[in-house]
Design a protein around this ligand. Sequence first.
Ligand code: NAD
Length: 476
Amino acid sequence: MATMIIESERTKAASGKTYEVRNPATGEVVDEVPFGDVADVDRAAQAAAKAFITWSKLAPNKRAEILHKAARNMLAKVEEIAPILTREQGKTLLESRIEAQRFGENIAWFADLADKVHGEHVALPDTTTYGLVVRRPIGVCGAIVPWNFPLTLAANKVAPAIAAGNTVVLKPASTTPLSTLACIEALIEGGLPEGVVNVVLGPATGDAIVGHPLIRKIALTGSTPTGRKVMARAAEGLKKVTLELGGSDPCIVLDDADLEAAARAISVGRFFNCGQACLAVKRLYVQEAAYAPLMEKLIARASKLKPGNGLDKDSRMGPMHTETQRAEVEAQVKDAVDRGAKVLYGGGRPKGAEYEKGWFIEPTILENVPDGARMWTEEVFGPALPVRKIKDLDEGLRLANDSQFGLGSSIWTGNMAAAHRAVSELEAGYTWVNALQIAHDELPFGGTKQSGFGKEHGVEAFLQYTEEKSVVYGGV
Ligand code: NAD
């Protein structure tokens, strides 16, 4: 049975309660894990507060050295960790390897920033004094993670937090705790001091983290409704919050685009991870002359995505993560079809004995999806893509911005002026121009509108795990 990681203890829940983690491809039990609650979060927060005293005072270059060594140890275990992620989450082994690799790389990227904290010297009117602006770590930070990219999204929070000298109470999604435990254990085995990152498990621990008085900052990746609840609860304790929430990223393809490159990026952007990604091509707007050739290319690509158990070498798309999640996407597709949409590809479940026990679904492309259909107005968190023909860029931009969300966005065009307009007018935290929609370590990532606020990745994320303090030096 897996255990939580609280300081040097590998511990069961104080209540003794447990729950099962199941494989979305087969329904089999992968492991039994502790069902933590408020008491466990309290222990973890106390442990993190104790570890903060020494970790925050460590010379920054020493902290960087420890983090690099820990990351190397974790990266040496990618082949062990990837199948654990596939078993609990469902994604293909290739996707799991990429994700596990990204976890270690992210720790190393922020380790490089640990000894590059800069402040400011400020001249003051009284010349016997001067001012400084210094940056200090915040304290204990809470990290709350969803199930779609359990490792990447944990690293996005843990890496900048600990590089800046903070300590962490980390809560993976209840259904994907095992690969996270393996990664943190690998960091500790590689030299990360016990107590710097503590892992609590179970659905009740999220709210307990947000409410705990010792925890000063909350970083959540999750749905928009959860973001609202977390923000309201965090307000009671006046905590800092970073909210990476839902998205419905538009993609505009103009007639002069490189359609082969666009089709590849849209296919990856919509079907990677079985469509369960926050940054994903979720609404496609295509100019008239590009429409038919692009659909042909997209359908050809979708038809190569063989669904299957993520552990099988020939699977190109794993199952959806849960039955509820699949039912939600199926309902969104049905709503579109009931309103008159035409299915260009997929639209159902793959047939055959191998698919009977898992939450499999076909990659799906729909056209003529009417205005107001759920696929346009809600986030579609699965491999189904609504497509619409547009006359010109004006129409594309108007439709793209007609959404409550503002996470990612993309445009494919050979025209620099069109690209520039899209960059300035698309209401989103990220715009890709003729490029695959992936988040880079170097660039700040985060949403606008109902997709949340605050940044992960980049120097910006690192700085958000520090607090500025003004200092006046007198008598000089
Ligand atoms: P979710 O909101 O249900 O859960 C996310 C995490 O929050 C889980 O660990 C959950 O246990 C915890 N949680 C739930 N209620 C809570 C509460 N009241 N207080 C504290 N913690 C609570 O989301 P999910 O279904 O696990 O993930 C899918 C959602 O995440 C989608 O909407 C997706 O777009 C979003 N997402 C966003 C990003 C991004 O970076 N913007 C990335 C990936 C996923």
